[in-house]
Design a protein around this ligand. Structure first.
Ligand SMILES: CC(C)(COP(=O)(O)OP(=O)(O)OC[C@H]1O[C@@H](n2cnc3c(N)ncnc32)[C@H](O)[C@@H]1OP(=O)(O)O)[C@@H](O)C(=O)NCCC(=O)NCCS
Length: 178
């Protein structure tokens, strides 16, 4: 967990080229146990895709260090959240909720009406996280992640969602969102 003082210096912003290594490190830390992929290549592609407008990547920065990120892909008149991760030492401080709150405002700005995302059904902690952000579990998508691996689909209708949109959020930190 992070102390309150550090959280006051939180900035959320668009990913830049200089963030590639940090995003790759956070992906490695977040996904290596259950979802291995080429984290460096993925971070490079994320940045390239942001430049071309295919995806938006928002990073959380504290005192010059990137500590988390989230991705948003436009999809029809909504958005798909592919990945979200926070470095281990900074978890359970409300950072991922802040990233989702920022993402929702960015999605609303782009006239998106809803958000969807999918997780492995085994990740009960991640299920709790999406529920804490007010996402509804729509159902199970059989064999989504692999021929033996089902996924949970989550959905949130965001049209007219107020700026502070978290359900039961116990985190009340300042966020210098830029
Ligand atoms: C999921 C993840 C992004 C959450 O980041 P975080 O900054 O720790 O989350 P927050 O502090 O904003 O948590 C908000 C709420 O979500 C729930 N939650 C988060 N992590 C949880 C956990 N490990 N167990 C149970 N509930 C959890 C809680 O309700 C929490 O509120 P509380 O701390 O007041 O109880 C982080 O654990 C992570 O990076 N995991 C690895 C990558 C991953 O699996 N990403 C998701 C799939 S793309």
């Amino acid at each position: 967990m992070l102390d309150e003082k550090k959280l006051e210096n939180l900035i959320i912003r668009n990913m830049q080229e200089g963030d590639i290594d940090s995003v790759a490190r956070i992906s490695d830390e977040g996904f290596n146990e259950y979802y291995p992929f080429d984290y460096k290549k993925s971070a490079e592609l994320m940045f390239l895709n942001t430049k071309q407008g295919y995806v938006h990547v928002f990073v959380a920065e504290i005192e010059g260090a990137v500590v988390g990120y989230v991705t948003l892909k436009p999809w029809h008149d909504g958005g798909w959240i592919d990945l979200i991760a926070v470095e281990k030492q900074s978890r359970r401080s409300g950072l991922a909720q802040k990233l989702v709150e920022y993402l929702i405002n960015e999605a609303l700005r782009r006239q998106m009406r809803y958000l969807t995302c999918c997780i492995s059904i085994e990740l009960t902690s991640v299920k709790s996280f999406w529920e804490s952000c007010g996402f509804k579990l729509v159902g199970t998508m059989e064999k989504l992640l692999s021929p033996t691996h089902d996924g949970f689909l989550f959905y949130k209708y965001i049209e007219k969602t107020p700026i502070s949109c978290m359900k039961n959020s116990s985190h009340d930190h300042m966020c210098n969102c830029k």
